[in-house]
Ligand binder design. Structure first.
Ligand SMILES: CCCCCCCCCCCCCCCCCCCCCCCC(=O)SCCNC(=O)CCNC(=O)[C@H](O)C(C)(C)COP(=O)(O)OP(=O)(O)OC[C@H]1O[C@@H](n2cnc3c(N)ncnc32)[C@H](O)[C@@H]1OP(=O)(O)O
Ligand code: NDP
Length: 552
């Protein structure tokens, strides 16, 4: 430890000497000009050792990419990774670095693989199951921590959600408090941690039961009792995710000590807006899964309020704000933990109706391959209408398709898929039938603190976002990067939709004729109407024929 402190002292003296030198030497015009155009945030991260949790996740990958691209001289990024899906931690990192997302990074920072240190860790374990040597290195070297890891599943069991979103946050803070070189700790929360309120300020709202009590009780309560008390604990929040993220924030506040800490609350994080290229997305969370379900024609109606604000925020905007907050927190050291809302609704609102319309318009031009039915988007706010459409537009076609699969000797599967989809959609309904208002004073204050160059390189001003363009790129990104569909397949996809339209017309006509035939067989009134229509048509045709004969 003494050696460590000695080392630290040495570094401080060096910094002071550098500063003195800077002031003694008169600055040349060229240097002055360079300073004006230099990004202070990018230079801040150069030479730094950065620890990221959740680096293999959606946001974590974009965060790493931007850091390497804008600060290629950073010292090292430590990422806490667990093996998954038969891949070792190294294989996972290799896959990320060789993905399309990192193509630009390799040009700017060719030795990127040397600057990334994958540390084996499982945030569900004590001390994260990190080895002693790794822990020693992390504690002694880390300058900045970005805590992105979380379980974002809405239906996670409370025990697991608490473990990851609360206990792991507490453990990470404990680790951070033992880092002598720590300059800032940035915690990623969600704008929906207080979704039980309609106006949300940049403050931490306490939950009735203390996080420590919840953590303790999860250790000895069995699953059945936890299931029973979960609705009471989450109260008027819709799921364990939002509840445990709120508890996580309380833990951050309670354990902050004298560390420089900030909390970022993004709303619904969507595909990239601009960087490293528009439309990048790699998971099904939030709207992405629904866009696919709509594009493939599985989901054709939803219980959603078209005028409710769709508070989407591009992932690169969240990352830019996160990096700016990291810089500001470390350099300006605000006295208290600042909370930054990363939302779009109050500055540049878009609603679900407009979004659904633009998603469909894009599918007209660029359809998905092998759709089940033609895409459609009916928004209804009425529960009964929604149930009717679920039966007619979702369940019935699935049952008919399964019948067809059975007839052709294949295993039926569509009803199962549809039930699962409808269950998942029902979990999102809470968020598409309400609007929230988030105050953004801290985010706006930070924007005004940035130099013009930083405002450009780390742009998080959502007022500049063109929604129609963004949504179109989002849909294209879902097709290209998530579904890996080739653009060359578009003509065939369009042909397929035409065939589906013809089948649809044919099916409806057949259904109408059968229904009518059954009706006239049973009802005198229907027979009378039928007789009236037929005789009317006959008279009209006779008149038409007679008048055309007269003309000749
Ligand atoms: C009428 C048509 C309407 C559509 C028109 C056009 C659409 C656009 C307009 C918009 C309309 C509405 C958009 C609504 C969007 C609302 C979002 C609101 C969310 C905001 C709230 C908070 C924001 C946050 O802070 S959290 C981040 C968001 N979190 C989520 O979105 C999590 C939601 N997900 C879950 O809770 C679960 O993943 C769940 C329940 C959806 C899936 O659970 P399930 O048990 O069914 O599946 P699994 O067994 O877990 O997995 C099955 C299978 O799928 C793979 N998989 C699962 N999740 C993902 C994923 N995210 N990415 C990739 N793959 C995934 C999984 O690996 C399994 O694969 P196997 O191969 O079978 O192993
Ligand atoms: N996506 C969104 O719409 C929003 C997200 N947020 C917040 O942003 C942050 C990042 O979210 P996002 O990137 O979308 O989430 P993802 O689900 O894509 O990523 C979650 C990350 O956490 C890691 N993780 C989960 N469990 C463990 C564990 N036991 N040990 C080690 N690592 C683990 C995952 O690792 P692995 O790959 O091994 O599973 C993954 O890297 C979260 O804090 C979330 O609450 C906030 C608002 C909206």
């Amino acid at each position: 430890m003494r050696a460590l402190l000695k080392g630290l002292g040495g570094e401080k003296i060096q910094v002071k000497q550098q500063l003195r030198l800077t002031y003694k030497e008169p600055l040349s015009e060229a240097i002055k000009d360079k300073r004006k155009t230099m990004s202070m945030i990018a230079s801040f991260y150069n030479g730094k050792s950065i620890l990221i949790t959740g680096a293999t996740g959606f946001m974590g990958k974009v965060l790493m990419e931007k850091l390497f691209r804008t600060s290629p001289d950073l010292k090292v990024i430590y990422i806490l990774v667990r093996p998954k899906a038969g891949q070792t931690t190294q294989q996972r990192v290799f896959q990320i670095l060789n993905s399309k997302l990192f193509e630009k990074v390799k040009e700017v920072c060719p030795n990127v693989h040397e600057k990334i240190r994958a540390v084996y860790a499982d945030l569900n374990q004590n001390d994260f199951a990190i080895s002693k040597e790794d822990m020693q290195e992390l504690l002694s070297c880390t300058n900045i921590v970005f805590h992105c890891a979380a379980t974002v599943r809405f239906d996670d069991h409370l025990r697991h959600a608490v473990q990851l979103n609360v206990t792991a946050t507490q453990q990470l803070l404990l680790m951070a408090s033992q880092m002598p070189k720590l300059e800032a700790f940035i915690h990623i929360s969600t704008a929906f941690s207080n979704c039980n309120l309609t106006h949300i300020d940049e403050v931490i709202y306490p939950c009735p039961v203390e996080p420590k009590q919840i953590i303790d009780s999860m250790e000895w309560l069995d699953d059945a009792i936890i299931d029973e008390i979960t609705p009471k604990l989450i109260g008027d929040r819709p799921n364990t995710y939002t509840y445990t993220k709120a508890l996580g924030e309380m833990v951050v506040q309670q354990e902050s000590g004298n560390m420089n800490i900030a909390i970022i609350r993004p709303s619904i994080v969507g595909a990239t807006w601009q960087e490293p290229f528009p439309g990048w997305v790699d998971n099904l969370n939030g709207p992405s899964g629904l866009i696919i379900a709509a594009g493939k024609g599985f989901l054709r109606s939803i219980r959603a309020t078209p005028m409710a604000v769709a508070d989407l925020i591009p992932v690169d905007t969240v990352v830019n704000l996160t990096l700016a907050v990291g810089w500001y927190t470390a350099v300006h050291r605000p006295k208290s933990t600042l909370i930054y809302h990363c939302t779009s609704g109050n500055l540049n609102p878009c609603n679900w109706g407009k979004m659904g319309f633009q998603v469909l318009a894009t599918f007209e031009k660029v359809p998905l391959e092998r759709a089940f039915r033609r895409p459609n988007a009916d928004f209804t706010t009425n529960t009964i209408t929604s149930q009717y459409w679920n039966a007619v537009s979702h369940r019935a076609p699935a049952i008919i398709y399964d019948f067809y699969l059975r007839l052709t000797g294949r295993k039926p599967r569509m009803t199962k898929v549809m039930n699962r989809l409808l269950r998942n959609v029902s979990m999102l309904e809470y968020f598409v039938n309400r609007s929230w208002e988030w105050s953004t004073h801290n985010t706006e204050m930070l924007m005004s603190e940035l130099s013009p160059e930083d405002q450009r390189v780390f742009n998080f001003d959502v007022r500049q976002l063109n929604w129609l363009e963004y949504i179109e790129n989002y849909v294209l990104g879902v097709k290209k990067y998530l579904l890996k569909e080739d653009m060359a397949g578009i003509p065939e996809a369009k042909q397929h939709l035409k065939r589906l339209r013809n089948i649809h017309y044919l099916f409806n006509t057949a259904l109408f004729l059968i229904a009518w035939r059954l009706l006239i067989a049973r009802s005198q009134m229907a027979r009378n109407v039928w007789f009236f229509i037929v005789s009317f048509c006959y008279k009209f045709l006779s008149y038409f024929r007679a008048s055309s004969t007269l003309k000749v």
